[in-house]
Design a protein. Structure first.
Length: 469
């Protein structure tokens, strides 16, 4: 028996390859399926099953394409209702894979169809669970994402999740390995560990949601407390995962179309596409196409695209570093943004060489910012998360989190200069690009963000001691 976790850090997502005696199963595959097919071919194995733990909201799974390429059936748990052919497993149904078995355990709560897959070894001994978004390391799946489709409140779903954990997962032996669908950084939970594999016994000791003395009422209160609104693209990804989607080969072919500066400008005007610049923030600050949106590949690229562009059908034209074209289109497709029309051939340097209009962002180092603020009072806007701001912030700064920037547009001055910053410079340049696209140009980015501000001796509030159950 061979188990491989294929972890994608930018999405904090874990897919799994399981193989026994020449038969393989894939659990929660990513959109680009060639790596799974290559693994099977290399080992002389046949992909027998494609298991989906639930209808994912934060990424588009590769199940539809992988089934087409491999001929393997897609397996969902009870209550699933996809638009394509699939095996809808019964609770407790066993699937044989070589010398091992995989049992579907219906664990509703995160969603109604959520299913945990229990792997038993050659001797019939429980070995591991693939828990999807039912159980994370340090947390459990948020119960508010399936409310509309389930016509249930988040409290109702949290109650189901409590029962699923107590009746299906916690009775398993402590030595059973837990392989979750996500880790720290995912928006599908609140308090995940940075580790991606653990034992169930350790989770019973340290995961707040698995406390043995916890009542259902306490569980519901704690699991539903502090949930931020889910990103707007989540329901659109669920729809694609349930109904199917365009083949990724076609998406890549279209997205890898090269445009000259003149063709690029014409395409923007004709299609209403967003110009998405994915270079490093320091390059974008020095020069960019006017009204373009910056979201750099070097940060949490796909989640920020999903949160800020939101509409997966929005046409996109790219400004990318040379050699990063296919990677960018692929990473966009992972979260359902399939309408990439192409990229600027030669990048921003070609645009500049063609004599096209360009824009810049004023970005000042902390020593200059400190002197400027000492000389005259100017507004400072902190675009970090509320929790980061509450922990410690510049005295007098306003908190306008990037994820909800549209709600704060009226708060930014329209004429007087003001500063924006985040933790290290990535999110503040995203915010600056959005503000400038809305006609607000009187901003100054604080280079290096809050980290540089603290090191530079700027006056910040004392760090708060935060804790979690």
């Amino acid at each position: 028996m061979h188990i491989e976790q294929i972890y994608t850090g930018c999405l904090a997502q874990g897919a799994y390859y399981i193989e026994s005696e020449g038969e393989a199963a894939i659990i929660d595959p990513l959109r680009e399926v060639e790596p799974y097919l290559k693994r099977a071919r290399k080992n002389g194995a046949e992909i027998k099953y494609i298991f989906e733990t639930h209808f994912h909201a934060d990424f588009v799974s590769g199940h539809v394409t992988l089934a087409k390429e491999s001929g393997a059936p897609i397996v969902y748990g009870p209550k699933a209702n996809p638009s394509f052919d699939a095996i809808i497993a019964e609770d407790g149904q066993v699937f044989k894979l070589g010398a091992v078995t995989i049992t579907a355990l219906h664990t509703p709560g995160h969603t109604m169809e959520s299913t945990t897959y229990l792997l038993k070894d050659e001797n019939g001994k429980d070995h591991a669970i693939f828990s999807g978004d039912t159980l994370f390391l340090g947390d459990v799946g948020r119960p508010d994402l399936a409310q509309k489709s389930a016509t249930m409140t988040k409290e109702d779903l949290a109650g189901l999740l409590f029962d699923s954990l107590r009746n299906k997962i916690m009775p398993l032996a402590d030595y059973v390995i837990v392989y979750p669908a996500h880790g720290a950084g995912s928006a599908c939970g609140k308090n995940m560990m940075k580790e991606t594999v653990d034992t169930l016994g350790n989770q019973k000791k340290m995961n707040y949601a698995l406390r043995a003395d916890m009542s259902k009422e306490e569980f519901i209160a704690e699991v539903t407390d502090g949930l931020l609104p889910p990103p707007k693209y989540f329901p659109l990804n669920v729809k694609m995962n349930k109904e199917g989607y365009e083949d990724i080969g076609e998406v890549l072919e279209r997205g890898n179309t090269a445009f000259s500066p003149d063709e690029f400008e014409e395409a923007v005007n004709e299609t209403g596409a967003i110009v998405l610049d994915v270079r490093h923030q320091e390059e974008f600050v020095k020069g960019h196409i006017p009204r373009s949106l910056f979201i750099g590949l070097n940060g949490d690229f796909a989640p920020w695209v999903g949160a800020l562009i939101a509409d997966v059908k929005q046409p996109i034209l790219l400004v990318v570093p040379e050699g990063k074209e296919e990677e960018t289109v692929t990473r966009l497709s992972r979260v359902g943004f399939d309408h990439t029309l192409g990229y600027l051939k030669g990048g921003f340097e070609a645009w500049k060489a063609a004599g096209k209009e360009l824009d810049t962002i004023t970005s000042l180092p902390v020593n200059e910012v400190r002197k400027d603020l000492q000389a005259a009072s100017k507004p400072v806007y902190d675009v970090r998360k509320e929790s980061e701001y509450e922990n410690s912030h510049l005295q007098g700064a306003h908190n306008t989190p990037l994820s909800d920037l549209n709600s704060y547009m009226k708060e930014f001055p329209s004429d007087e200069p003001f500063y924006v910053h985040c933790a290290g410079g990535y999110r503040s340049v995203i915010a600056a690009s959005i503000l400038k696209s809305r006609g607000i140009h009187n901003l100054v980015d604080i280079a290096g963000g809050f980290g540089a501000m603290k090191k530079g001796g700027m006056e910040v509030t004392d760090a708060q001691c935060s804790s979690s159950v």
